[in-house]
Design a protein around this ligand. Sequence first.
Ligand code: DHB
Length: 283
Amino acid sequence: MRHTFLGHQLKSHVMNAAGVHCTTLDELSILLKNTKGLIVTKTATLHPRQGNIKPRYAEIPGGSINSMGLPNLGIDAYINFITLNSMRAHRIILSIAGLSLNELIRVAHRANCSKALAIEVNLSCPNIDGKPQVAYDFQTTEYLLKQLGIIFDKPWGVKLPPYFDPIHFDQITELLNRSSVSFVTAINSPGNALWLDEDLKSVIVPKDGHGGIGGPMILPIALANVSHLRKRLRPEIEMIGCGGVETALDVKKHMKCGAQIVQVGTTLMKYGPHLLNELSASV
Ligand code: DHB
C-alpha cells in the first residue's frame, strides 16, 4: 500500500510521536537512519531546557505517565540537525512550542527558515507549571493560528490535546478550517492524570505526581478524536493519528478513523525504533 503525506510518497506511514526517541542528537540520528518514514523532533523552545527533575516518566498499568517538563536542546540545535542531515530533511518534521506567545512566534520564525518537511506546532504541552494548554483556550488559539499563518510559508500543522465534548470539536475545527494549517495531529497525552503505586505514592514526583498519560489505555480517546476531527475538518487538511498504538491493528484503526499516518509514543519508548518498521511492515 502506498502512503502520501503533504504530497510526498512515504515508505512507511508509521513514525515516532514528538518527545519519544527524538530529544538528543544521538536519538534523532538513530531514528532517522533506522526508520523509513517521517520523524518528528522533540518539541523545541527558544532556549535549551533541562525539564523536570527525574523520575519523570513511568510505565503504569495500561500505559505510561510522564511529567517531562519540556526538556529539549533549543530550536537551533534541531535546525542544525536538519541542516547536517539535509539529504533526509524531507523526512523530518520540526515540533515547536513556546512558554509565551512571544516566544512561540520567535521559534516559529526560526523554524520557518529550516529545511524541515513541515512544522508541527504543539498547542498542547501539558507539563509546564503555571501554563495552560493553548488549545484549551480558543481565543488564544484563534489569535495564534492567524499569527502563525502570516509567519509560515512552509507546510505547518498543530498537535492537539484530546477534547471530550462535541461542541469543542465544532469550535476547534471552525478555527482550524479558517487557518492555513496543512495538517492536524491528534492527540497529545491526556494531561494531569495521576497514578499511585502500591505504597500509595505517586510514581512520578514533579507536579505532585500528575502527568500526561499514554499507551493502550488512551486508544479509544485518540480514535474518537481523530474521527470527530476528520468529519469536521476541510478535506485538504491531512491528519496524523497519535495515541494508544501498540499493534499494527491499532495503526489500521487510526487510519480507518481518518489518519493518513500514525505516530507512536509509549510503545516506541518501550521497544525502541525497530518497532516502527515492524508496525508499518505488517499493514
Ligand atoms: C511535554 C509533554 C507533552 O505531552 C508535550 O506535548 C510537550 C512536552 C513534556 O513534558 O516535556
